[in-house]
Design a binder for this molecule. Sequence first.
Ligand SMILES: [Ca+2]
Ligand SMILES: [Ca+2]
Length: 218
Amino acid sequence: MRGAVAGLLSVVVVALMLVPGAVSAKTLIMVVEDAEGDLGFGVDPHTGGIMNLWPESTPVAQTEYLDMVSTWMSLRKDVYTFGMELAVPLPEEGTPLPGGMKLMEWAVWIDPSPYNYITNPVAPLFLIALRYDGSAYSAILVDYETMVTTSTPFSVDGAKLELQFTSASIGDIAMEWWSPLVRVWWGIMGSAASWFVDAVDLPLVEGYAYIDLPWPPA
Ligand SMILES: [Ca+2]
Ligand SMILES: [Ca+2]
């Protein structure tokens, strides 16, 4: 399974978009494909890959809207758009969560350097996350320096989700590393009972480091 995952190629696109009747505006876009059917748990400290797959009979494996099949980041002027495509459409609001799950999160972490829980357990800079609790969606931006959480614009359209945030909302930093992750909480809300169930697969492509992707695109 992991061999097949490693065989997937990522796609990096830098697009130059022309705005009709206006000055041209450069949009940076990076799109990365991810394996389908790879929901798992436990992160390999050497590769960043998720080590164990949930058996097909388990609620997580059957909850295919947790399964990222592609993810992207774009920057146009001073607005970032982060997105994910899931294997199947996201649930309608009000759809209960299955299998004792209490909360789900499709998110991007902005890291100061490639995070590794053994060799580089660095604190993240920001988290931008879409969450669903079985009743409604919400989207937040967490500043890990101040621990201030603010809401941020999002859209859910079939199997696609997007979150937007401005350069100013991340302190006008020059973003260098971003890590898309899908997470599920079980048990009592506020507890630490969460697991990462999907991360970017790391094909052996220069520029990838553990679970982080480089920015801007090469
Ligand atoms: Ca996946
Ligand atoms: Ca994956």
